[in-house]
Design a protein around this ligand. Structure first.
Ligand code: ADP
Ligand code: ASP
Ligand code: MG
Length: 406
């Protein structure tokens, strides 16, 4: 008897009809004798709607209360799902994060799962072959409700699969798997049968929201196989698994874009020891994640420094940086929110030269200016103007021959 963790995203449970359809699908599987743990997201659009309600009261909602509010979306979907299963004559029990003992740290809005005590879940699984758990939420040491960050239901599912040593974690969504590019951007994007944890980590952190990056971190750490597949078709999807030898043969597996960063440049900084620390210390203290950093060297003891931060943190960072710039004697600070990051990812890049060359050549041919570049062993990212994102993605996808025949 297998133990399967399944997660259904917001669009998969976006209406009563869809919840009924998921309930029927889960019941069919449970008839085969497997035990099923079903993690659900809030119905499509509900989390945004809850956030908007809070914004009608205040621009900056209290983080604790916002988590209490946001977590209710998933409470609605699991209760409706349990009712749907019961209405079809089968047993089902719904559990909220705290009832399932999903214990997190105290970082409201982006809490990390520290531990899951599985006793209650196991107890319910003994009694019911179907148990449904609210995604995206947990409880901290002080018994406060926490949420895991947008898209966090994927992480709930994979963490549960790890804690329960499930046979597989299936992520059901509105596309048939992980593709060589976002299929909503690139009509001829190709579904990947398999992808390694490391590549998937890059896909997720560089903007492919099909899996939440933390869910992939969990999967890699605990070796949980993830099957990303469609809620609406029976076709097999993409397996996210440990790397195997044959995977290295593929040079580039995909192209990804992210419009969620902004760029800040500090001009004419006196080039002396301690400057980078003076600039980044207050930013790190404000819990702002800095991504790319580039410092120009100069002959006359003056330097420029450019870096990127998430767009929601842009205004706050500009405020901090303007203060610092004055203190350290820099001449000016320029900000630009009108940017995007395009990246190519592939394990085969480790052993092959010329991939960066081809990326730059492709962007040059399209007349797209690159303002920042960063590389790792298995990815290359370029910052470009936001309006060229779709053009860049399609051009790179074509020039690396990633798509299905047109
Ligand atoms: P869910 O609500 O099921 O969690 P998400 O909207 O979070 O679904 O993630 C699925 C979406 O991810 C797809 O609709 C697709 O537009 C997007 N996506 C981005 N990049 C990729 C990719 N490389 N492969 C598949 N989907 C991708
Ligand atoms: N409902 C949450 C969100 O919209 C979590 C999730 O869907 O994974 O971000
Ligand atoms: Mg998602």
């Amino acid at each position: 008897m297998a133990l399967i963790v399944q997660k259904y995203g917001g669009t998969s449970v976006g209406s009563i009809e869809k919840i009924m359809a998921v309930a029927k699908k889960v019941i069919e599987l449970s008839k085969k004798g497997d035990r099923l743990l079903v993690v659900l997201s809030a119905m499509a659009g509900q989390t945004d709607a809850l956030i908007n309600l809070s914004r009608q009261i205040t621009e900056i909602p209290d983080p604790r209360e916002l988590d209490v509010l946001m977590s209710t979306g998933e409470q609605v979907s699991i209760s409706l799902f349990a009712l749907a299963v019961k209405s079809l004559g089968y047993n089902c029990c719904s559990l909220l994060g705290f009832q399932a003992s999903i214990c997190t740290d105290q970082t409201y809005g982006k809490a990390r799962i520290k531990q899951i005590y599985t006793d209650r879940i196991m107890e319910e699984l003994e009694k019911n072959s179907i148990v449904t758990i609210a995604g995206f939420q947990g409880i901290d040491e002080g018994k406060n409700i926490t949420t895991l960050g947008r898209g966090g239901s994927d992480t709930t599912a994979v963490a549960l699969a790890a804690a329960l040593k499930a046979d597989v974690c299936e992520i059901y969504t509105d596309v048939e798997g992980v593709y060589s590019a976002d299929p909503n951007l690139c009509a001829n994007a190709k579904k990947l049968d398999k992808i390694s944890y490391d590549e998937m980590l890059e896909f997720a952190s560089l903007g492919a929201k099909v899996l939440d990056v933390r869910s992939v971190e969990f999967a890699k750490k605990f070796n949980v196989p993830i099957h990303v597949r469609s809620s609406f078709t029976e076709n097999g999807g993409t397996m996210v698994v440990a790397e195997s030898k044959e995977m290295e043969k593929i040079l580039v597996s995909g192209v990804v874009s992210d419009k969620n960063e902004a760029r800040i440049t500090i001009l004419k900084i006196p080039d002396k020891p301690g400057i980078a620390f003076a600039i980044f210390d207050p930013i790190f203290r404000a819990n702002i994640v800095v991504d790319m950093i580039i410092q120009n060297t100069s002959a006359d003891g003056i330097t420029d420094l450019t870096f990127t931060v998430p767009k929601p943190d842009f205004q706050k960072t500009m405020g901090l940086v303007k203060d610092i710039a004055k203190k350290i004697g820099a001449s000016d600070v320029i900000g630009d929110e009108d940017i995007a990051k395009v990246s190519i990812i592939g394990l085969g890049m480790r052993n092959h030269a010329g991939i960066a060359y081809k990326m730059f050549q492709t962007l040059a041919k399209e007349n797209i200016n690159i303002s920042l570049i960063s590389t790792s062993e298995i990815k290359i990212s370029c910052i470009i103007k936001e309006k060229y994102t779709e053009l860049a993605i399609r051009a790179l996808h074509d020039s690396f021959g990633l798509g299905n025949e047109k």
